[in-house]
Structure formats: C-alpha cells, structure tokens
Design a protein around this ligand. Structure first.
Ligand SMILES: C[S@@+](CC[C@H](N)C(=O)[O-])C[C@H]1O[C@@H](n2cnc3c(N)ncnc32)[C@H](O)[C@@H]1O
Length: 224
C-alpha cells in the first residue's frame, strides 16, 4: 500500500517513518540528516541501507547513525561528500534569515549528482489550529517553502513532491502538554499552552474517545 499522494488534497494519514521510507526508497549511499533531533529517523534510515550522519544543535546520543552537534546553516562538513541530504521537519526551525544559507549548505555538501530531500509541515490541519495560539509556525513554514522554491528556480532543479497527513493521538490534554513541553527546541512556556483557546481547540479534536491532531506534510525531492 502507498502512504503518499502527489495531490495534496488526497493526502492520507501515515506514520512519518513509513512516509519517509516510501519517499526515499532503499538506498546504499551516504545520507546527512540535518536537524535530526534524537536521531530516531536517522537510525531507521540505517536499517534502510544508508550510511547516515545526523546533525542537530540539540543532538541525541545513540547508534547506529553517527551523531554530530551543529547547525544547518554552518555544516561542519567538507564539500561534495554526501549522496543525499535530508531536512526532515527542520528547515522551518532554522532562524528566518538563515534558511537560504541552510539550503546552500545542504547543496554544498552534496556530491554533484546528489539529491536533496526537504520534508515540511504545511499550515493545514487541526494540529496547526491547536498550536497557533502558543506557537504559530505559519510564517516560518512559508519562509521554508520559499527557500526551497528559490533553489529550484535559481538552479533549474527538478522537483518531485508527495503529501501525507501526520497524526498525533492523546488520551487527554495533560499528555498533549507533556508532549509539547518535551520539545526543547521550541521556546514556549507551559502557561502559553494552558490557555482556554488552546484547550477549546484541543477539545474539538476528540474522536472515538481520544484526541487526534493532524497536520499535512509536504515531501520534496530536488535533483539536478
Ligand atoms: C521537529 S524537530 C525534527 C527532528 C527530526 N528531524 C524528526 O523529524 O524527528 C526539529 C529539529 O530541528 C532542530 N533545529 C533547530 N534549529 C536548528 C538549526 N539551526 N540547524 C539544524 N537543526 C535545527 C531542532 O533541534 C529539532 O531537533
């Protein structure tokens, strides 16, 4: 079964790992996972056949992917060394004025026939509605999309796109708050989350005895 759709309007719920596996396919080369966080996806891409290095300012510890501490806009890597570079839900976390630089850095470390993957949330879905009052990512999501558009335009690159819907499920509001507060790279406080407007939007996500928050995700493959 396919988890991906080329038409955004047809996107269906999938686990991010399943969507990513399908989009990248099995592979054998080197892959740099920029903004890898704890490295869960990096490790799973090792299982898929890639030799993975993950980089993040808040990098986790573990195996089997190699972990490096650093920023997307100043990669501590030589030119032309990775077959693939992936930015998975990370480009919109790079400071606004450095997103273009992060894309240029990704291109710099790619080999000449290398492939860039950028996976980003779109401002579509109940998750965005719930989080907007305490953590509005609409602007940074648009800037991240524009940085990729500019690369495609400037370099005359070929782009393949696919979409899915990510879904987070919670038994109650407290679990949602705990999950949000576990994301150390975000800068909101627990009081920002516990506003009535957030609780009300969360309550509207109740389905079959639990709370389901959804987000449409855009996957882009860029090659030259
Ligand atoms: C939503 S998480 C995604 C983590 C991981 N890629 C995943 O999909 O599970 C965003 C990640 O971007 C990282 N990040 C924030 N600023 C960054 C920067 N300047 N350069 C690289 N990564 C950054 C955060 O530390 C965080 O791990």
């Amino acid at each position: 079964m396919s988890w991906l759709n080329v038409d955004a309007a047809d996107a269906v719920v999938a686990r991010p790992i399943d969507a990513l596996r399908e989009f990248l396919g099995t592979g054998s080369g080197t892959l740099l996972d920029v903004g890898c966080g704890q490295g869960t996806l990096s490790d799973s891409l090792v299982q898929q056949g890639y030799r993975v290095t993950g980089i993040d300012p808040y990098v986790g510890f573990g195996m089997p992917a190699l972990r490096v501490c650093g920023n997307a806009h100043a990669l501590p890597m030589a030119n032309n060394v990775f077959d693939k570079v992936l930015l998975h839900w990370s480009l919109h976390h790079v400071p606004d004025d450095l997103m273009g630089q992060a894309i240029r850095e990704a291109c710099r470390v790619l080999v000449s026939q290398g492939i860039l993957y950028v996976v980003e949330p779109e401002p579509v879905g109940s998750s965005q509605v719930v989080s907007r009052p305490f953590h509005d990512e609409t602007k940074v999501q648009a800037l991240a999309a524009a940085a990729v558009d500019q690369l495609v335009l400037e370099k005359g690159a070929h782009r393949r796109r696919a979409y899915y819907v990510s879904e987070d499920r919670y038994p109650n509001f407290d679990f949602f708050v705990d999950d949000m507060m576990s994301r150390a790279y975000n800068r909101y406080q627990v009081e920002d989350l516990c506003q009535d407007v957030v609780r009300d939007a969360f309550e509207a996500c109740r389905e079959e005895g639990e709370y389901r928050l959804r987000h449409r995700i855009r996957m882009e493959e860029i090659r030259w």
